[in-house]
Design a protein around this ligand. Structure first.
Ligand code: CO
Length: 548
């Protein structure tokens, strides 16, 4: 048995979990030199939502952040979180972009790359791992942890075998919802250590209150590395506090030899700093959420469901939806409830309850998931439900051949007049509109925004600007009315006025619950009138169009 190594997540996951990823680089630079002398195994300080948040909200160059921090803290290895082929974005990027991104991150100073796929589809991790090995970085592959009848130890060992075949350097158990209990942590770590000759890390969140104890049992089972955060940036929905874990191990053979006195000083700095950001803290992110244990629904997903129901004026249906979520999850092959799958399962469960008929309304994202666009689920999707969702359309888990087409030069040509550094091409390839807006602000020396002292929404991939709701119910002149089956914003009008429409053909796409929902014609005929325009917000029962 040996001393446990400790990774600090304060500069990435901790502020992503507690203050919507808004920690500014200047506030990190003040203290990271001191943190460099603590003896941490690594700093998780980049990736995840930090890239998006830097260009979207902070007007800060995410690439420069690595360089600036590295200058002040050259000793401790830098670690980033990479969402498989999604990198730090929300969709699969072409292989050459993956290679360029990894190479640029490594050159800037990232040493350890933690790669994961929400569905544990290892094929989504192949190209990133190949890219990391090519530049000489440390490839740490993560198992996305969840609980279900198919997510057994045997399952995780099988996934880990596929990862190890790619010549990774270490394994991480990534428990993003804080669901792992102490004995499960013990058994899983023990099996991983018995099966593979690689370092194992446990990453959890305090959301359900079990993480420090699960860490302790994992350490007893031989885990090599645990993820912690400092002072007020720990606990709540963040990682366990390093001070607490240090104290828990004090009289054991696993005692960490990091400089705890220095950590106490650093914690004082973060305590003062939290004053600046405290407006971003929500009560939900600071308290243990026991509903997670009751429903096995992660905290973020629960608050999402509640706010969606508030929008739909259906808060009284929450209990029915909480019972529907596990059914939908089972039918869809037990996806782990993390973004975007938590939204997909949550939206479908909500629609199943509110529309009064299961799978009557199906968001496009659910169809894409069932068709295999997000990867292969842990268990097969229920055949009858699959038929309801995509009819006779084909399911394919094959990687899209388009991802093999080189695309870097195309992106470069598109922005060559706007870039100041080569990495700008990558920022643009990942977040086209946001990157262009950022380049413009950078050119005009726009200073970063002040932190707003109110709760703000976490970075979401898709947002709709709301306009005034449709007020009066229009005259339908005897045609068949097409009514909104759910409240939302008109994203697209697909049908054309005066043109024929068939029964069940798509006339509108409504954005609701961050999902795209196709609204179909109730009858065959001619699209006579349309009473809404794109961007309008509609309520259930509003007449959107008439079919003559
Ligand atoms: Co995490």
């Amino acid at each position: 048995m040996s001393k446990v190594k400790i990774t600090d997540t304060t500069l990435r996951d901790a502020h992503q979990s507690l203050i919507a990823t808004r920690l500014e680089v200047d506030d990190m630079l003040e203290i990271v030199g001191e943190m460099d002398n603590v003896g941490f195994h690594s700093f998780e300080m980049w990736g995840g939502a930090t890239f998006d948040s830097a260009i979207r909200y902070l007007n800060e160059d995410p690439w420069d952040r690595i360089t600036k921090l590295k200058e002040v803290a050259p000793k401790t290895p830098f670690q980033m979180l990479l969402r498989g082929q999604n990198l730090v974005g929300y969709k699969h990027y072409p292989d050459d972009i993956v290679h360029k991104f990894v190479e640029a991150s490594f050159t800037r100073g990232i040493d350890i790359f933690r790669i994961f796929d929400a569905l544990n589809d290892v094929r989504n991790m192949e190209v990133p791992i190949e890219a990391i090995k090519k530049v000489g970085g440390h490839a740490q592959a993560a198992l996305s942890y969840t609980i279900s009848p198919v997510h057994t130890i045997d399952y995780y060992i099988k996934v880990a075998e596929e990862m190890v075949a790619l010549e990774i350097d270490s394994i991480c158990i990534k428990d993003m919802a804080g669901l792992i209990n102490p004995m499960d942590a013990f058994n899983l770590v023990k099996s991983l250590k018995e099966n593979f000759d690689l370092p194992v890390c446990l990453h959890s969140h305090c959301t359900s209150g079990m993480a420090p104890t699960s860490y302790f049992k994992a350490i007893e089972a031989g885990v090599d590395i645990i993820d912690t955060a400092i002072g007020p940036f720990s606990f709540g929905t963040s990682q366990p506090g390093v001070e607490t874990m240090y104290a828990m191990l004090e009289n054991t053979e696993y005692k960490s030899d990091l400089d705890i006195e220095r950590v106490y000083k650093i914690a004082n700095y973060f305590k003062k700093l939290m004053e600046k950001y405290k407006g971003l803290l929500s009560e939900a992110s600071l308290t243990v959420n026991t509903q997670i244990l009751h429903f096995q629904i992660p905290g973020g997903m629960m608050s999402n469901l509640v706010s969606q129901l508030r929008d739909q004026k259906a808060e009284n249906r929450l209990d029915e939806i909480l019972l529907e979520v596990p059914k939908v999850r089972k039918e869809l092959g037990y996806p782990p409830l993390v973004t975007p799958l938590s939204q997909i399962v949550g939206a479908q469960a909500t629609l199943n309850v509110l529309s009064g008929q299961r799978y009557k309304l199906i968001p496009n994202e659910v169809k894409h998931y069932v068709k295999g666009l997000y990867g292969r689920p842990a268990a097969p999707i229920d055949k009858d439900i699959e038929k309801l969702i995509i009819g006779d359309e084909k399911v394919s888990y094959e990687k899209s051949p388009e991802l093999k087409n080189p695309s870097y030069q195309k992106f470069r040509d598109e922005v060559k007049d706007k870039i100041e550094k080569e990495e700008d091409v990558l920022s643009y390839a990942l977040f086209p509109e946001i990157a262009l807006a950022f380049f413009e602000k950078r050119k005009n020396h726009v200073t970063k925004p002040k932190v707003e002292h109110k709760e703000i929404e976490k970075a979401a991939p898709k947002e709709i600007t709301k306009t005034q709701p449709v007020k009066q119910q229009p005259q339908t002149n005897g045609g068949v009315s097409l009514k909104a089956p759910l409240p939302g914003a008109i994203l697209k009008i697909v049908g054309e006025i005066g043109k024929p429409v068939k029964k069940d053909s798509v006339v509108f796409i409504i954005s609701a619950m961050k999902m795209e929902n196709e609204i179909v014609s109730p009858a065959s005929g001619v699209l006579q009138k349309v009473f809404v325009k794109e961007g309008d917000v509609v309520q259930t029962g509003d007449v959107l169009a008439t079919i003559a």
